[in-house]
Each structure stands twice: as C-alpha cells, then as structure tokens.
Design a protein around this ligand. Structure first.
Ligand code: X2X
Length: 343
C-alpha cells in the first residue's frame, strides 16, 4: 500500500522507472528509501511557536500521504539566515518555501505591505475578511508578478503588534519621540515610527533579543504571542498595547522549483500548507487571552493606549496620504472597503 502511494507521487518518469526497477529487484522497502522530493521551509520564528508546530504537523501529513516520497524540512529560528537572507534564498531557489511577513516583503514588492498600514485593521474579523477576500487576492497577484515568487492562498498569522520597552511605557505618541526602537527591515514600519518622531533601527528578528539585552535599542514591537515565545520579557520592562498594526506571513514559494514538482505533489503540498495556516491562526487566537496573564506573571508591566491619538498623529504627518499614493486608488479602496475610511 505504501509503495503504491509512493508511486502515485512519482510524477517524474526517470524516478518512476528507477523505483520500479529497484522494486522489482527487491532492493528497498517503502519506508527505507530517501524521499524523492525534499522540500525546505525556512522562517524566523521559534520552534515552539504555533507556526512551527503546525508546519511540522503538515510535514508529517505530507510524508504519510505520499508514502514517504515527499518530505518537508522545517528550519525555524532563522537557522538558514535572517529574513533578508531567507528572501534571497527563496528567490534563488536555495529554499523552496519561506514565511514572508508583509512588512518585510515590502522591501521587495511594495504592494505586499498594504495589509500593514498602521491602525487599519481593528480586529481579526476584519483581517480575515480582507486577507481571505479581495485584498488578499490582489496582494497575491502582485507577488506573483515578481519574477520568482508566489504566495500560497492562506496567509498565516503573526498578530497585532504591540510595543515593549526597557525605559518607559508608551501611553501617547509623544512618548515615542526620540525612542530607539528596533523594527524589522520594513519601509512601512520605518515610515510609521518616523511619523511618530521615534528613532527606528532596522534589524532582522534573529538579532532582536541580543540588541535589547545589550541596550543597543530601548524597545521593539511584535505580537504578544511572539514576545512570549521568544522570551523578550527577560530583557524588557514595559509592554504597551499599541496594537499599531496587524501582520502575518505569506508562505512564499519559489516559482521555478514548485513548477518542477508533479501536479499531484503540488496539490498535496498546497493543501497541507494552507490547512496548517488556518490551524495556526486558530492556535494563536486561542492563546490570546492567556498570553497577557503569562507576560504579566513574568514581570512585564502591561498598559493600554488610546489609539485615536496615534491615528491623528499619523494623519497629521501625512502618513496615510503618502501610502495611499504609493499603493494606488484601487488597492486603497480594497483596504478601506473592509476597515473604513483612513483619511
Ligand atoms: O521581525 C519581526 O519582528 C517579525 C518576527 O515580527 C516579523 O517577521 C516581521
């Protein structure tokens, strides 16, 4: 049975005949051969984060369903390099799949960062309506226009970004003035924190913990679940619930490498990657309530902010006008169709 399943996935004629010959000679059992398709998935998140828990589960399901013919190797924690490197590797085909945050993808494909406009999405209902709907489809089309990348249908979740600091809590935009804050390599985040007159420093996530520990920067901004799983509470004092933007991860594939896979392998991989994404969204949502209590228990001083003051400051700084022009009227309308007017 296993061997028959394997054969179904041996779309490549050479491999198929080699397998048949080897099988006829009784040279292998279905479980002892190396995989025929060995795929690599790299990302920047810790092994314990729902992204990697679900990715490993998908890998297991893909292996089982293909009788061992297809393996998906998961490389968490920027093991293959920081995001800037991973994007380059996904583009060149050195890795098959990369979890690309819209904010970082914006360095390459500006249209991809529209989902990260500051204080746009108010809750997850708005996020998934837009990202599983027309706005998401528009963004995937823009990504697919790039020479060598495409995005799977279901975007994965990172979360609503909040701000942690070691020096002072952030209650109003004025508290951000002059603050040395780590942000990902991201035009959108740079633009936003410059509009707040902060001093944003762009660093890959792999360097966040040490840059906070050595106080090269005073703070950083990331979703609560990641602040928890990356243990940033060990090197930060305050956590201000700015919820200044939602961010996720497009699972990006290298076009040429994916196109070389047989159609049934493509379908199998797509199904399990999309399913894993939907499941990890639910995992993160289920964690949301408990994570604040956990971080509080670990000594972070957590406080709320009033978002209106932040939104007004961005408006006054011309932030929304600038990005509306950058993304164009069509895309902006798709965003405002879900979140309401941003002007
Ligand atoms: O680098 C970050 O801060 C992270 C992990 O949130 C992203 O991937 C954008």
């Amino acid at each position: 049975m296993t061997e028959m399943t394997r054969r179904r996935f041996l779309g490549n004629a050479t491999l198929a005949s080699a397998a048949l010959a080897a099988g006829a000679a009784g040279l292998y059992s279905g479980t002892s051969r190396a995989a025929d398709f060995n795929l690599k998935f790299a990302n920047n998140l810790p092994m314990t984060h729902p992204m990697n828990v679900r990715a490993r589960e998908a890998a297991k399901r893909i292996k089982e369903a293909s009788g061992g013919a297809v393996t998906l190797q998961v490389f968490p924690s920027s093991q293959l390099g920081g995001d800037t490197d991973m994007i380059a590797q996904a583009r060149s085909g050195a890795i098959d799949f990369y979890a690309g945050p819209p904010v970082i993808l914006g360095t390459l494909i500006s249209a991809a960062q529209i989902s990260a406009v500051g204080f746009a999405f108010k809750d997850y209902d708005q996020v998934w309506a837009a990202m599983d709907g027309e706005l998401g489809a528009h963004i995937r089309q823009e990504i697919a226009k790039s020479e060598n990348l495409f995005a799977f249908e279901k975007i994965w979740d990172n979360g609503f970004r909040v701000t942690t600091t070691s020096t002072r809590p952030i209650a109003s935009p004025a508290d951000l003035a002059g603050m040395k804050l780590r942000v990902p390599p991201s035009p959108m985040l740079m633009s936003m924190f410059r509009s707040f007159e902060a001093a944003p420093v762009s660093l890959n996530f792999a360097e966040v913990y040490s840059s906070l520990q050595t106080r090269i920067v005073e703070g950083q901004e990331n979703p609560l679940s990641l602040i928890n799983s990356a243990k940033l509470y060990e090197v930060q004092k305050y956590c201000s619930l700015t919820n200044h933007m939602w961010d996720g991860f497009w699972i990006l594939g290298n076009k040429a490498r994916f196109a070389r896979l047989p159609a049934d392998v493509q379908a199998l991989v797509s199904k399990h990657i999309n399913e894993a994404g939907v499941n990890m969204r639910a995992d993160l949502r289920a964690m949301q309530d408990s994570v604040i209590a956990q971080l509080d228990g670990k000594g972070l001083a957590i406080s709320n902010v009033e978002p209106d003051a932040f939104r007004s400051k961005l408006r006054e700084a011309g932030y929304y006008a600038k990005w509306r022009e950058n993304f164009g009227q069509h895309a902006w309308q798709l965003l405002e169709g879900t979140v309401g007017s941003l002007a």
